[in-house]
Design a protein around this ligand. Structure first.
Ligand code: HDD
Length: 725
C-alpha cells in the first residue's frame, strides 16, 4: 500500500481567500464525526471487488464450442447443399451465430456514451453514524466494493477521449444495504437549473441534426446560442474553458455529486451535504493543442491510461468527502443550495473526508460491465436522502427511463454488474429476460399466503430506507424558477478571478477557439454580451479574434473580487507522479545513446512511471519507434547523448520527415518538462529551445532524475506561453 504523506495537508484547514459569504457550514470536528482512521494505516484491501460477480463469469479455456443452448458444435463452416451449394435454412448453428451478431448492440447512452470503467474498494475512515445511517460509513475500516465509470458527455461511443467536455464521474457502492450511486461529474456544478431543460441543452451541444457535425465538440453555433440564452450555463462553461474540459486523465480529475443531498441519522436528524471525490493523484489537464493532437493520435488515451495504471498496480485513489451544512443554511451562502449551477467554495464549507476509494481491478468484458452498468441517482440507501434541487428531481425519472430504453425491458438490474450484493425481495415480476425464479406465489402485499412476506421495511422496522422526517414541502403549484436561482454571473466572475494570469489566458484562448467557430453574428454578439457581465477584459480579449462584434462597456452589476483557492488546476504541483508517461529519445545507430537509454530507462522507471525508449527500430530495449511515437505519448522527455544526429537532418526513411525534432518541439510547446543528458543539449539548439524552467540540461543522470521528478509534479510550465498584452 502506498503512503499518503500529503494527505495530512488535504485534511488540514482551508485558507479563506476573500471569502464573500455570510456564514460557514458545519465544520466537522474530529469529535463530531467519530474517530477517523489515519489514511496511512488503512489496511490492504481485504474485500474482493468481484467476488459476487464470479458466478456469472464464463471461462472458455480448454472446452468445446457449444450453442447458447449447450449443444457441442462446429461453427466454423456453414451447412450447405453441396460444398459449392447454398447455405441451408436448417443450419441452426449458422442462424444462431448470425442472429446473435446482428443483435450485439444496444442503444448507446444518449449522453456520456463514451467512457471507461473499473472496479474498486471504498474504505470508511471512521464511524459516521452521528451524521448518517448509511451502513457503508458506519465503521472505521469498513470496506465496500465499487464500480466507477468515467466519461465524456457529448461524443458518441466511438468518439475521442480527449474532446473538450465535462467529464462524467459515476460511482456505485455495492453496499450491504443495497446499491448507492453518486452519478457526478468532474466539476462542482451543472449547466442548467431545471431538468426540463436537459433535452434543450443536449440538443444544442450535440452535432447539428442535418450533417452530424461537429462530433464531440461544443465549438458550434447551437451550443453558444444556448449558453448565451440559458446563462445558468456560464459558470460551467468558464470552468470547462479553464482546463476542466481537458483533464490529463480520468485519474487526474476530481468528482462532484453536484446537487445538495441529505444525510440522515437513524434518529432522523439531517444535515445537507455536497459529495466530493478528491483525486489523490492530483488534478492535471492537457493544453488544448495537446488535447487535439491526442484525439487524432490516440483516441483511446483516457481509457488506456486508467487501464494501464491498474494493470501495473498503480491503483488510482480518491478521497470521498462532504461539505456539510445545516438545513437552515440553504440560502446562507449568497445563493440557493438547491441551484446546481452554484458551488460552495471550500473556504466557506471545507470538505470533511469520509473515506477512500481505490480502483484496483479492470473489467473483464467491456460490454457486460462498463456498457451494461446503469447508474441512477435514484439508487439510494438508508441514511441518505434527496433535496428539492429541480435537476436532481428530474434525474430521478430520466435515468430509470434511459435504462429501460437501453435494455428494452425492466430487468436491467439483473445484469451481474447491476445486481446488488445483497438478495432482493419484492413483488416485481416478469418482463423481458427475467433471470430470477421467484418462488413466492403471493406476489402482492398485503398477503397472508406468504405470511405477509416480503414485509415492509422502514425507519424503525427492518432497517429500511426512509425519507428524512424533517423534509418539508409547501407551496402553490407553479411553473416557475425560484428567484434565488437568478444570479448567473457572480460565480463565473469568481471562477475568472480565481485563475492565475496563465490560466486566464488558457480560458481566453479556449473561448477564442470556440467562438471562432460560430457563424452567426447574433450568437457571437450575444455571447460576448454575456461574458462581459462576467468581466469586460475577458469579453474584450475573446472578441479580439472575432469580427462583427462590439464589446459593450463594462457591465459591473455582477463584478466582484471574490476568489477561491480551489479552482486553479495548474497552480498546484501533483502530489505524486505515479503512472505518468516518460519518453527517452534514442538512436539505434549510437551505442552510447542505446546504453544511456537502457540505464536511464531503469532509473526513471524506479520513480513509478511508465518509461518508453524511442528509437528508429524495435530492437531489444526499444519500446516505441519514431514511426509511432508522438509528443502526446509522454508527460516529459529526455534526449540521450549520441542521438543528436537524428535531430539534424531528420531525413531517415524510417520515420516521417523531421519526426524526432517535432516530438521535442511539441513536448516543449505542450508545456512539458524536457531535458538532455550531456551533449544531447545540441538537439535543443536545433529545436530552438533554450534552458529555462522545465528545460533541464545536465551531465549527471542523478540531477536529471531529481529535476524531472519535480518537473513532472509541476506538470505544465505555463511561463513558456505569451500572455495578452
Ligand atoms: Fe446525466 C448519464 C451526470 C444531469 C440524464 N449523467 C449520466 C452519466 C453521468 C451523468 C456521469 C453517465 C453515467 C454512466 O457512466 O453510465 N447528469 C450528470 C450530472 C448531472 C446530470 C452530474 C447534473 C448535475 N442527466 C442530467 C439531467 C438529465 C440527465 C438533468 C435528464 C433530465 N444522464 C441522463 C441520462 C443518462 C445520463 C440520459 C444517459 C445514460 C444514462 O443516463 O444512464 O439519463
Amino acid at each position: 500500500m502506498r503512503s499518503f504523506l500529503f494527505l495530512s495537508s488535504l485534511l488540514g484547514t482551508a485558507v479563506a481567500v476573500g471569502c464573500p459569504f455570510m456564514s460557514g457550514g458545519l465544520h466537522a470536528r474530529e469529535g463530531d464525526l467519530g474517530k477517523r482512521q489515519n489514511a496511512d494505516s488503512i489496511e490492504e484491501t481485504t474485500i474482493s471487488t468481484q467476488e459476487f460477480l464470479a458466478p456469472f463469469e464464463l471461462n472458455d479455456t480448454n472446452v468445446y464450442m457449444t450453442t447458447d443452448s449447450g449443444t457441442p458444435i462446429d461453427e466454423a463452416v456453414s451447412l450447405k447443399g453441396g460444398v459449392r451449394g447454398p447455405t441451408l435454412l436448417e443450419d441452426f448453428i449458422f442462424r444462431q451465430k448470425l442472429q446473435r451478431f446482428d443483435h450485439e448492440r444496444i442503444p448507446e447512452r444518449p449522453v456520456h456514451a463514451r467512457g471507461a470503467g473499473a472496479y474498486g474498494v471504498f474504505t470508511s475512515y471512521g464511524d459516521f453514524t452521528n451524521i448518517t445511517a448509511a451502513s457503508f460509513l458506519s465503521e472505521e475500516g469498513k470496506q465496500t466494493p465499487m464500480f466507477v465509470r468515467m466519461s465524456t458527455v457529448i461524443g458518441e461511443r466511438g468518439s475521442v477521449d480527449s474532446a473538450r467536455d465535462v467529464h462524467g464521474f459515476a460511482t456505485r457502492f455495492y453496499t450491504d444495504e443495497g446499491n448507492f450511486d453518486i452519478v457526478g461529474i468532474n466539476v462542482p456544478i451543472f449547466f442548467i437549473n431545471d431538468a426540463i431543460l436537459f433535452p434543450d441543452l443536449i440538443h444544442a451541444l450535440k452535432p447539428s441534426p442535418d450533417n452530424q457535425i461537429p462530433q464531440a465538440a461544443t465549438a458550434h453555433d447551437s451550443a453558444y446560442d444556448f449558453f448565451s440564452q440559458e446563462t445558468s450555463a456560464l459558470n460551467l462553461v468558464m470552468m470547462v474553458m479553464a482546463g476542466y474540459g481537458v483533464p490529463r486523465s480520468y485519474r487526474h480529475m476530481d468528482g462532484w455529486g453536484v446537487h445538495t443531498y441529505r444525510l440522515v441519522t437513524n434518529e432522523g436528524a439531517s444535515v445537507l451535504v455536497k459529495w466530493h471525490w478528491k483525486s489523490l493523484q492530483g488534478k492535471a489537464s492537457f493544453l488544448w493543442e495537446e488535447a487535439q493532437a491526442t484525439g487524432g493520435k490516440n483516441s483511446d488515451f483516457h481509457r488506456e491510461d486508467i487501464w494501464n495504471a491498474i494493470e501495473a498496480g498503480f491503483y488510482p485513489e480518491w478521497e470521498l468527502g462532504v461539505q456539510i451544512f445545516n438545513e437552515s443554511q440553504q440560502l446562507a451562502f449568497g445563493f440557493d443550495v438547491l441551484d446546481p449551477t452554484k458551488f460552495i467554495p471550500e473556504e466557506v464549507v471545507p470538505i470533511t473526508p469520509l473515506g477512500k476509494m481505490v480502483l484496483n481491478t479492470n473489467p473483464k468484458n467491456y460490454f457486460a460491465e462498463t456498457e451494461q452498468i446503469g447508474f441512477q441517482p435514484g439508487h439510494i440507501v438508508r441514511g441518505i436522502d434527496f433535496s428539492d434541487d429541480p435537476v436532481l428531481q428530474g434525474r430521478l425519472y430520466s435515468y430509470l427511463d434511459a435504462q429501460l430504453n437501453r435494455y428494452g425491458g425492466p430487468n436491467f438490474e439483473q445484469a451481474p454488474v447491476n445486481r446488488p450484493r445483497v438478495p432482493i425481495h419484492n413483488n416485481n415480476r416478469d418482463g423481458k429476460a427475467q433471470a430470477y425464479i421467484p418462488t413466492n406465489i403471493a406476489a402482492y402485499s398485503p398477503n397472508t399466503l406468504n405470511f405477509g412476506s416480503p414485509m415492509e421495511a422502514n425507519q424503525t422496522t427492518g432497517n429500511g430506507f426512509f425519507t428524512a422526517p424533517n423534509r418539508l414541502v409547501s407551496g402553490a403549484l407553479t411553473r416557475a424558477l425560484s428567484p434565488t436561482f437568478a444570479d448567473h454571473w457572480s460565480q463565473p466572475r469568481m471562477v475568472w478571478n480565481s485563475l492565475s494570469p496563465a490560466e486566464q489566458q488558457i480560458a481566453v484562448n479556449a473561448l477564442r477557439f470556440e467562438t471562432s467557430h460560430i457563424v452567426s453574428t447574433t450568437v457571437r454578439q450575444n455571447f460576448i454580451n454575456q461574458i462581459n457581465r462576467i468581466d469586460n477584459n475577458l469579453a474584450a480579449r475573446v472578441a479580439q479574434v472575432l469580427v462583427d462584434v462590439t464589446v459593450p462597456p463594462p457591465d459591473t452589476t455582477y463584478y466582484n473580487n471574490n476568489k477561491t483557492a480551489y479552482i486553479s488546476i495548474f497552480s498546484n504541483p501533483l502530489p505524486t507522479i505515479q503512472g505518468l508517461n516518460f519518453g527517452i529519445l534514442a538512436s539505434v545507430y549510437s551505442n552510447q545513446s542505446m546504453s544511456q537509454a537502457a540505464t536511464l530507462s531503469k532509473q526513471f522507471a524506479d520513480l513509478g512511471i511508465f518509461v518508453s525508449v524511442v528509437a528508429e527500430t524495435m530492437v531489444p530495449g526499444v519500446n516505441l519507434t519514431y514511426s509511432a511515437a508522438d509528443a502526446i505519448d509522454f508527460d516529459g522527455l529526455l534526449v540521450t547523448p549520441g542521438s543528436e544526429g537524428i535531430f539534424i537532418n531528420g531525413t531517415s526513411p524510417l520515420y516521417p520527415l523531421g519526426r524526432p525534432l517535432q516530438i521535442l518541439q511539441n513536448a516543449y510547446a505542450y508545456g512539458k518538462p524536457v531535458g538532455a543528458l550531456g551533449t544531447a543539449s545540441t538537439a535543443f539548439q536545433l529545436a530552438g529551445i533554450a534552458e529555462r524552467s522545465g528545460v533541464y540540461f545536465s551531465n549527471s543522470s542523478a540531477t536529471l532524475l531529481s529535476d524531472f521528478e519535480a518537473g513532472l509534479k509541476t506538470f505544465k510550465f505555463l511561463d513558456r506561453f505569451p500572455l495578452d498584452a
